[in-house]
Design a protein around this ligand. Structure first.
Ligand SMILES: Nc1ncnc2c1ncn2[C@@H]1O[C@H](COP(=O)(O)OP(=O)(O)O)[C@@H](O)[C@H]1O
Ligand SMILES: Cc1ncc(COP(=O)(O)OP(=O)(O)O)c(N)n1
Length: 267
């Protein structure tokens, strides 16, 4: 049996809705064998982030190295990297391992406002990691920090996608969850064309981990050999189902439903 394999390099969310936990659940649901290198442990529940405990550079590098020596991931995703040092070390390992199918989710701030990337790490992200990205998936506030201008119109979103492409990412998806209106539009720029992925906006507070889950679904599909446009299209359907079929867990911003896409028989 041949199985696609994907590696996530990200933080652990004790609440299970985002980070490593969301990534591995998503890989499994999309028939991809998941592996992980943990960058930081967070104490989180649906009420927020209550603690952040980064791992040492050595611990993170060693996890990645032993996976590279033995398990050959077909695609790799990065999430929470926390510091400039961790961002650079992770980028070096990805480069050394010649992992070309890299999906970068430039995680910066959790929905409750807790910082998951130190401010001084943004420069390292831009210099070291973005140039290695096959796909990058910023939300609107993250894209604003990367490009350094406000994104208050759809034209500005396109300008931002072009500017991030210029930093070296081969495909840029600016997610639309933080936009306004009854539709949510994700914008994909592949260096030549813009592709719009639209869905109805679900009115819900249970959107914890949407960005992680969406990027993990893209990674899983790329690991299976799908094109970027097809991978992003499947990821959009996966996250839409996960948001719509709510679990209603916890008393704050609950997680999405990682079973929903499969249970709908959408595969
Ligand atoms: N309320 C919503 N209804 C439907 N889709 C949503 C909603 N919020 C986010 N999404 C989708 O979830 C994914 C993550 O979007 P976004 O919220 O912008 O990212 P992040 O979780 O990183 O802040 C995108 O594919 C977006 O279209
Ligand atoms: C450990 C960890 N990684 C990433 C996030 C942010 O996830 P995201 O999908 O952007 O969802 P929200 O936090 O915005 O709900 C996280 N919270 N924890």
């Amino acid at each position: 049996m041949q199985v696609a394999k994907a590696l996530t390099i990200a933080g652990s969310d004790s609440g299970g809705g985002a980070g490593i936990q969301a990534d591995l659940k998503t890989f499994q649901e999309l028939d991809v064998f998941g592996m992980s290198a943990i960058t930081a442990v967070t104490a989180q529940n649906t009420m927020g982030v209550h603690g952040v405990y980064p791992l040492s550079i050595e611990a993170v590098v060693q996890q990645i190295k032993v996976i590279a020596e033995d398990l050959s991931p077909d695609a790799v995703k990065t999430g929470m990297l926390f510091s400039a040092e961790l961002t650079e070390a992770v980028a070096n390992q990805i480069h050394t391992s010649s992992w070309l199918k890299l999906v970068v989710d430039p995680v910066m701030v959790a929905k409750g406002g807790a910082p998951l990337l130190q401010e001084q790490a943004v420069d390292s992200l831009k210099r070291n990691l973005i140039p290695l990205a096959h796909v990058i998936t910023p939300n609107i506030p993250e894209a604003e920090i990367i490009v350094g201008f406000a994104i208050d119109t759809f034209e500005k979103r396109k300008d931002a996608a072009k500017a991030i492409f210029q930093l070296g990412a081969q495909n840029v998806v600016i997610k639309g969850g933080h936009g306004e209106g009854s539709e949510v539009t994700d914008l994909l720029f592949d260096g030549k064309e813009f592709h719009l992925l639209k869905s109805m906006r679900t009115e819900t507070k249970h959107t914890h981990g949407t960005g992680c889950t969406f990027a993990a679904a893209i990674t899983a599909e790329i690991a299976k050999g799908k094109t970027v446009v097809d991978a992003v299209t499947t990821a959009k359907a996966f996250i839409q189902a996960a948001i719509e079929d709510t679990l209603g867990i916890g008393s704050g911003h609950g997680p999405t439903n990682h079973w929903a896409y499969r249970r709908r028989g959408a595969k």
